[in-house]
Design a protein around this ligand. Sequence first.
Ligand SMILES: [Zn+2]
Length: 163
Amino acid sequence: MAVPPANPTAREHLRENLAPFNQIRNALYQLIRFMQDKKVSVPDDLHRMGRDIARTFSNYWLPPPGDPTQVLREVYLDVTGSKVKVDLTGKNVRVVDKKCRLCKVKYPDIDHAGCELIVAMIAEFFVQARAKDATSINLKLVGVEESRARGNERCVHLYRLES
Ligand SMILES: [Zn+2]
């Protein structure tokens, strides 16, 4: 399959389809409640969902080239609509999203961050881009450190750059 360039049409398509996270937030937390009741590993299931979404969308859109900090800012803007702060310390990547679309409020009966789905989706976009020789960035998902859904003031996503 040809490498899909990050052309304006594909970017628009992505934003139209993924940005209205507000609309899926309620459904997502209903799903998390269901997962908690069923005692499944909620982060694992959300990661699987995020990866599946990214695999589908990687047919139309991939992260643009550039250095990890800049690229991650762009990817978050495209994928989630959020303006994030990206800190790179050695190989550790820390993304701070003060207005995470999936974690607007604290849910008293929820123990997990909806944006577990986002971290897996973002990491998988880089897996797909590497498979298509569209990036050299090897971004591994570490997890969600803080989440507004769990009562923190912001969401903090952790990744690790590997060679
Ligand atoms: Zn979040």
